[in-house]
Write a protein that binds this ligand. Structure first.
Ligand code: PLP
Length: 378
């Protein structure tokens, strides 16, 4: 017997199905299937040196860390990763979080509260949106990348609040464009705000950070969030900035305080990936060149890639209709390629897309073949 509670859930799921917004997890391990939508941009999650370091670490450390960072879960290897990353990024301090989602909700809600104000880009990642909601600060959502509108909002509202934060993805996860960080940084300075940058998709694709890409020096008001889970091929996240920021987060970020710290082997994988990146900076330029090549091919074939930039590895192939996007995804799947359909609420209604990613995992010929099959599916 289905309970009334389950019935109410079933009703909502039925509605999602009717609107082509129902989701299920696709099990991907069919032999030969080419998965072209992972964020493993530099293919470091398959790197032999990363795997070797994980195995070595397992011999020395326990599998799990056993406690949160503030109890007994902050080990020598956690500290080593924070210090190494701080050095590579040229910042005073970095603090590790369990994931990018936890880093964003923990950081934004720790730094801002009632009486504060946050200005957030319209296309920011869900974890930023949730962090803003959790914080209970006053929020203003500015149109995507729109510096003049943001300036007007700051002029009108900034003075009414105590702390102020401007928060943005650097590389936008579903669109592959880049925030105007130079202009945002100027506004942050002029209006005495913190600038919180989510480098989830910039770390290892634009450099160690988006600041580096723009030639912006780290300063006390700049807070860099990033993940180890995408180009670095591992798991977990970091928040980097000043010493006082690190001390504050360790005291106030609930997603850090009340959650078990990352397993040592995972930390080791992140260290190994950073070492590989340091020794092979050309990995980034290879990825960027490959992304440009593939985007140019798609544009030549008449595909709508929205406002994605050549340099980023994120390739939104926008169809608009949810139904059509799902059909194309399923057709590609049958022919050996998997590129996930991205729909509302991840993107706006009517802006459904396939989110292709360029990675070093597959040679360009695989992408050329993909485009050929995509045309056939259409
Ligand atoms: C822009 C952005 N921020 C944060 C996250 C969350 O990172 P994680 O997967 O490490 O939780 C993601 C992941 O999809 C992201 O795209």
């Amino acid at each position: 017997m289905v309970s009334p509670f389950e019935n109410s859930l079933l009703e909502e799921l039925k509605r999602l199905k009717e609107e082509n917004l129902y989701r299920y997890r696709i099990f991907l391990f069919q032999k030969g299937l080419k998965v072209l939508c992972s964020n493993n941009y530099l293919n470091l999650s398959n790197h032999p040196k990363v795997k070797e370091k994980v195995i070595q670490t397992l011999r020395e450390f326990p599998v799990g860390s056993g406690a949160s960072q503030l109890v007994s879960g902050y080990t020598q290897i956690h500290k080593e990763l924070e210090e190494y990353l701080s050095q590579l990024k040229g910042v005073e301090s970095c603090v590790i979080f369990g994931s990018g989602y936890l880093a964003n909700i923990g950081t934004v809600s720790a730094l801002f509260g009632k009486g504060d104000v946050i200005f957030s880009d319209q296309l920011n990642h869900a974890s930023i949106i949730d962090g803003v909601r959790l914080s209970q600060a006053q929020k203003f959502i500015y149109p995507h990348g729109d510096v003049p509108t943001l300036k007007k909002l700051l002029e009108e509202h900034r003075h009414k609040y105590r702390r102020c934060g401007i928060v943005t993805d650097s590389v936008f996860s579903m669109d592959g464009d880049i925030a105007p960080l130079k202009e945002l940084n100027l506004l942050a300075k002029n209006f005495e705000c913190a600038l919180i940058i989510d480098d989830a998709h910039a770390t290892g694709t634009l450099g160690y950070s988006s600041l580096e890409y723009f030639g912006i020096k780290p300063e006390g008001h700049i807070i860099q969030v990033g993940t180890f889970s995408k180009a670095l091929g591992s798991y977990g996240a970091f928040v980097c900035g000043s010493k006082v920021l690190a001390q504050y987060l360790v005291n106030r970020a609930r997603s850090l305080i009340f959650s078990t710290s990352l397993p040592p082997p995972v930390i080791a994988a992140s260290i190994a990936s950073l070492e590989i990146l340091k020794d092979n900076p050309s990995l980034i330029s290879s990825l960027q060149k490959r992304a440009q090549f593939i985007k140019e091919l798609l544009i030549k074939e008449g595909f709508n890639l929205g406002f994605s930039l050549f340099i980023t590895p994120i390739v939104p192939i926008i169809f608009g209709s949810e139904e059509k996007t799902l059909k194309v995804r399923d057709c590609l799947f049958k022919k050996g390629f998997f590129v996930q359909a991205i729909r509302y609420p991840t993107v706006e209604r009517g802006k459904a897309r396939l989110r292709l990613t360029v990675t070093l995992e597959h040679p360009t010929e695989v992408y050329e073949k993909f485009i050929e099959i995509l045309k056939k599916c259409l």
